[in-house]
Design a protein around this ligand. Sequence first.
Ligand code: NAD
Ligand code: TYD
Length: 348
Amino acid sequence: MKTLLITGGAGFIGSHLVRLLVNKYPEYRIVNMDVLTYAGNLANLKDIEDKENYEFVKCNICDYVAVQKVFTDYNVEGVIHLAAESHVDRSIKDPFSFAQTNVMGTLSLLQSAKLAWEGNYEGKLFYHVSTDEVYGSLGEEGFFLETTKYDPHSPYSASKASSDHFVRAFHDTYGLPVVISNCSNNYGSYQFPEKLIPLFINNIKHNKPLPVYGKGENVRDWLFVNDHARAIDLIFHKGKIGDTYNIGGFNEWKNIDLIKVMIKTVDRLLGREEGASEKLITYVTDRAGHDLRYAIDSTKLKEELGWEPSLQFEEGIEKTVNWYLENETWLENVTSGAYQKYYEEMYS
Ligand code: NAD
Ligand code: TYD
């Protein structure tokens, strides 16, 4: 049985990827390594936790000795690395933990893979999951290509850019077989409600103010999380070693327009009058270093590997809003306790 190590599999994107791989490849053993920070939640994987080809290992990716042990104990042959601190606002308040997890944690995994696989790289692959935020900010026009120069602005994107450089350095210096993908903003079920879409759905539901940064004119390119997981699966199996692939759905939205779609959808599904919740929109101080626009050109992924998003945005957002409205217990569990303190410090 081939063993794949997925890091950060209890998080938002990781849980969708683990579910996809466990169900699609009964011949693989899927080992989910996660330390379960505030963003990691085993409830995200309830439906597959008893599957024979799935195992969970609680481990901090920064614990180099423990990580090495996982590589040898499980005879890991492939890695898909998603574990990270992932929220820009938190990185502004605490950049050290981002450097620690995203840079040092990635290095600890790379070095462990190198030690475990050295002399026999055949059939091995280290897949690093990254973000389009490493490319910086676009003006009104243009797209990020795989060749776009890195220009990160937030501590989060700087730490992800640094981790990408380490991954390429391990390929160029030691010949480690690697592949990297840089994806646009994801949305869908099981996303921690600190990010725009689940946070605002939850606030609209509870008639709480919607804190729009600046003028709400920043643009993000949104991709349904299951389509990201499908792309990762495809790149892991068919991507060219040493290459980078951009992932995105050509789906740009100005924040304020997206927020109005969310308001309309939640109001309709809750049987409220159309637009009733628009009064909740509250413009607040802009995020420091707020990137104006992200937009991914994923033509390479389409032309080389045939990937395309499966969902139109209208369908994806409807499914997403429905999921958060129907999964009240999940939302209540993740928004109790420490979340309250985070929310107060962030938005008071
Ligand atoms: P998330 O914050 O929802 O999940 C991160 C997971 O990593 C959690 O389960 C957490 O417990 C785990 N983790 C954190 N630190 C760890 C450590 N030291 N050791 C072990 N596990 C640890 O993040 P996400 O949104 O699912 O993002 C996953 C990856 O995809 C990240 O690398 C992120 O940079 C990248 N990405 C995210 C997006 C997005 O829109 N969310 C877009 C592009 C790329
Ligand atoms: P976010 O979901 O944090 O993703 P990222 O910053 O990684 O793109 O934010 C998406 C956009 O929404 C971004 O332009 C910041 C904005 N935003 C708000 O206006 N208010 C909020 O409370 C949050 C969390 C985000």
